[in-house]
Write a protein that binds this ligand. Structure first.
Ligand code: FAD
Ligand code: NAD
Length: 474
């Protein structure tokens, strides 16, 4: 029998599951289908998408464990804590990470039950238009929905002639599940995954080499932050080579050899026990039957949407990694809320100019708004306020005095245009900057707020004061 819903959400990642819950809260009869290979104890596909299964959450669990290990190995002694050298039990570390994933992915199924969202296990694809909306196939079943939200996410981009087996050559899936610490680890791509996963395995003892094609390190970040990050990561022991061209990857039974040209064009070669390929992600549109129903994609293979995530087809919306904008879980979730509210006739909105980015290395890197390069390119006059964590009592107390906060404010109006942080706790500190941007705040607004002492947030306060050349502690 044909199942009928007001809304069918295709994909149960952060975009899809949030869209489904918000739509159910608004009174719609909603279903969400999911077809990933990660099974829960019932044998059904787990919800949570890339983020919960093989992305944000497992990577942060491993980053935390490896951070503790590194602290115990190298930082405890300096604080008078004397222990014998720590040992890492990789199986236990992975089991803890898997436990967190199980708990959170199972939690979303419970949220679906609570909000009366129907979960449909199976791959969703368009069949055709109906008088009331759309007919879709979900696995072997047929479903009719008045509106469809496509939230099919993205998959790791692979390189031609570099087969990923997730044993020797890994993408994000294998990188999060290595059963031993590789003695030598090579990584292609010094982006977010390369740096986070490189940090995990370096902390646990791997000799890590990262090969990056672009001549500049972290070109999307503020140049000061990128420079500081390269200095710190290199000192930590990550070997980061920019401007390289990978020519050949030869995979053996237990190792892999990478031949490349370095930044001067000189031939070079490294051997490693494992290789992680982290060169970006591609939108998941295959198998949707997009062509047959005329769903428009853009030149990058993403589903084309307007500012409100509406596609070219009536009643069909698309959100998250499968559309333009940063490939981030919080952006996908907000688009899910936006679309559910738009379908309900409300004014859901996402400001793509105020989506913060975070790299969860040590120190962390976080930013929101424009950087200096972008402001210069746009011809906007700006002033800068910078405060180092070295002048922050809390940062010294917790042994994390590296990095700084940098605020860019409009030279004429003082409006905050961008905030860039490298330092411990940057992932949480950036939230205050997002509020300032969303509320069109000025650096003076941040400077006049009384920040708790001693906290890392005082560095943001100092940077705001520094915009007016009246920093008190640096
Ligand atoms: P996805 O999470 O990819 O979910 C899409 C879901 O749709 C998948 O489960 C897929 O199986 C399903 N699907 C696809 N096609 C169909 C179909 N036809 N029928 C049924 N189901 C289908 N972002 C952050 O913000 N913070 C982080 O710290 C962070 N860390 C990351 C670490 C790693 C290693 C990786 C790989 C990514 C990370 N990301 C992070 C990015 C984040 O995971 C994504 O931006 C986010 O998951 C996108 O959500 P989504 O719902 O659009 O897509
Ligand atoms: P990325 O876009 O962050 O970085 C990919 C890097 O690979 C780039 O620097 C690129 O220049 C380089 N590259 C591309 N082709 C190459 C080649 N042939 N040889 C050498 N280098 C090459 O992509 P990623 O690290 O794979 O991560 C994918 C996405 O997942 C990110 O863009 C981000 O949206 C998301 N993510 C977010 C977080 C987070 O929020 N903390 C963490 C992990 C992933």
């Amino acid at each position: 029998m044909l199942k009928e819903f007001d809304i069918l959400v295709i994909g149960g990642g952060p975009g899809g599951y949030v869209a489904a819950i918000r739509a159910a809260q608004l009174g719609f009869n909603v279903a969400c289908c999911e077809s990933n290979p990660y099974a829960d104890p019932k044998g059904e596909p787990r919800l949570g998408g890339t983020c919960l299964n093989v992305g944000c959450i497992p990577s942060k669990a491993l980053l935390h464990t490896s951070h503790l290990y590194e602290e115990a190995a190298h930082a405890f002694a300096g604080q008078g804590i004397e222990i014998s050298a720590p040992k890492i039990n990789v199986q236990k570390m992975l089991a803890r990470k898997n436990g967190i994933v199980d708990q959170l992915t199972g939690g979303i199924k419970a949220l679906f039950r609570k909000n009366k969202v129907a979960f449909l296990a199976g791959h969703g694809a368009f069949v055709g238009k109906t008088a009331n909306g759309w007919k879709l196939a979900v696995g072997k079943e047929e479903v009719e929905a008045k509106a469809v939200i496509i939230a099919t996410g993205s998959s790791a981009r692979h390189l031609p002639n570099v087969p990923v087996d997730n044993k020797i050559v890994c993408d994000n899936v294998g990188a999060l599940d290595m059963d031993a610490v590789p003695k030598k680890l090579a990584i292609i791509g010094a982006g977010v995954i390369g740096l986070e996963m490189g940090s995990v395995w370096r902390r646990l003892g791997s000799e890590v080499t990262i090969l990056e094609a672009l001549p500049d390190f972290l070109p999307f970040a503020d140049a000061d932050v990128a420079k500081e990050a390269l200095k710190i990561f290199t000192k930590q022991g990550l070997s980061i080579q920019t401007g390289v061209q990978v020519n050949e990857v030869k995979v053996g039974k237990k190792s892999v050899a990478i031949s490349y040209a370095d930044k001067d064009g000189k031939a070079a070669r490294i051997e490693a026990d494992r290789l992680i390929v982290s060169v970006g992600r591609v939108p998941n549109t295959e198998g949707l039957n997009a062509d047959a129903v005329g769903l428009k994609l853009n030149a990058r293979g993403q589903i084309e949407v307007d500012a409100h995530c509406k596609t070219n087809l009536p009643g069909v919306w698309a959100i998250g990694d499968v559309v333009r904008g940063p490939m981030l879980a919080h952006k996908a979730m907000e688009e899910g809320v936006q679309v559910a509210e738009r379908i309900a006739g409300q004014a859901g909105h996402v400001n793509l100019d105020a989506i913060s980015g975070v790299i969860y290395t040590s120190p962390e890197i976080a930013w929101v708004g424009k950087n200096e390069r972008e402001l210069k390119a746009a011809g906007i006059a700006y002033k800068t306020g910078k405060a180092p964590f070295l002048a922050n009592g809390r940062a010294l107390g917790i042994g994390a005095a590296e990095g700084f906060v940098k605020i860019l404010a409009d030279a004429a109006t003082d409006r905050v245009l961008g905030v860039h942080i490298i330092g411990s706790g940057a992932s949480d500190l950036i939230a205050e900057a997002v509020v300032a941007l969303e509320f069109a705040g000025a650096s003076e607004d941040l400077a006049r707020i009384c920040h708790a002492h001693p906290t890392l947030s005082e560095a943001l306060h100092e940077a705001a004061l520094a915009c007016d050349k009246r920093a008190l502690h640096c």
